[in-house]
Write a protein that binds this ligand. Structure first.
Ligand code: ZN
Length: 299
């Protein structure tokens, strides 16, 4: 399953049905972490699959799909920066790769991730091929900073902008693919703010659990009496760095809770905690006392 904006999905799927010799070179662009590379790889796999025209990610069973999975598909080349750059030599090799007929598939595909790291010379070397790619080849450039690409590159590719994903899409993906319970998936989707990579990181690394626990602590503190609260706060404020992380999570929670008109959380608490965050970050203030005061006045 691929999580994708509907408009882009429909557009890219036209390639699964048209019997076209010449495909225009594409630039997938948009913020970091919204799935450009995953989509490009799944798209490439679909085009290279023996079952083409088939489905996103290919059939997963044919020889071409198996070769792809092992990184041994001779009709596919993936370039990404090594130590921050893609050498011009790699671009020359890539152009040579494209000049031969596909061996096992209908297409030859070159993907260049973080294409904005290409030096001007390397970008110039690509121009002619981008404009007139050999028959049955596809070049996909990927960039989170398209403004760093030469305007001559931008004018030769079809621009495909990846927006942030609606949280329902992310929720659906987490539920069906990652087998995460709906309520938790919704929470993760909300925290992920339209970024699928963040959603996956939150769901896979246990980060989400920590966030959920930290949010729970805020509820406990708000619901406890003075003595219990003082105990909690003494615990939480032992270490400045972890306290800052906790406050950040609380602030995010408060901001999102405030969107719900039935919330019992007051906007003043958010303001006070934000101020506390700054004070704790920039001074040696006694954080236990500071937080005790804040929670005392918002009882
Ligand atoms: Zn296949």
């Amino acid at each position: 399953m691929i999580v994708l904006n509907n408009r882009i999905q429909t557009f890219l799927e036209t390639f699964f049905t048209t019997e076209t010799e010449h495909i225009q070179s594409l630039l997938f662009y948009g913020e970091e972490g919204i799935g450009k590379k995953t989509v490009a790889l799944s798209f490439a796999q679909a085009l290279l699959c023996e079952q083409f025209p088939s489905q996103w990610g290919g059939c997963g069973k044919c020889d071409n799909c198996l070769r792809f999975a092992k990184g041994l598909q001779p009709d596919f080349l993936f370039l990404e920066p090594q130590e921050g750059k893609i050498a011009i030599e790699n671009i020359r090799q890539a152009l040579e790769f494209l000049s031969y007929e596909p061996q096992f598939s209908k297409f030859k595909i070159l993907i260049i991730d973080q294409a904005d790291t290409l030096r001007e010379e390397a970008q110039n070397a690509l121009l002619k091929t981008l404009e007139e790619p050999p028959a049955r080849t596809l070049i996909i450039l990927i960039s989170s900073f398209p403004q760093r690409l030469l305007s001559t590159i931008l004018s030769r590719v079809l621009l495909v902008r990846f927006p942030r994903l609606p949280s329902e899409k992310i929720t659906e993906f987490l539920v069906t693919q990652e087998k995460i319970p709906v309520a938790q998936a919704q929470k993760i989707a909300e925290l992920a703010q339209g970024k699928i990579s963040r959603a996956l990181a939150l769901s896979q690394t246990g980060t989400f659990k920590k966030v959920a626990e930290t949010e729970k602590q805020l509820e406990l503190i708000l619901g406890s009496n003075f003595l219990q609260r003082s105990k909690y706060l003494t615990q939480l404020t032992k270490e400045k760095d972890s306290l800052k992380k906790i406050l950040k999570i609380w602030l995010e929670k408060i901001n999102s809770d405030l969107k719900d008109p039935s919330t019992k959380i007051s906007p003043e608490l958010g303001k006070a905690l934000l101020k506390a965050f700054d004070l704790i970050s920039n001074s040696n203030i006694n954080s236990t006392l500071l937080l005790e005061n804040i929670f005392f006045s918002y009882d």
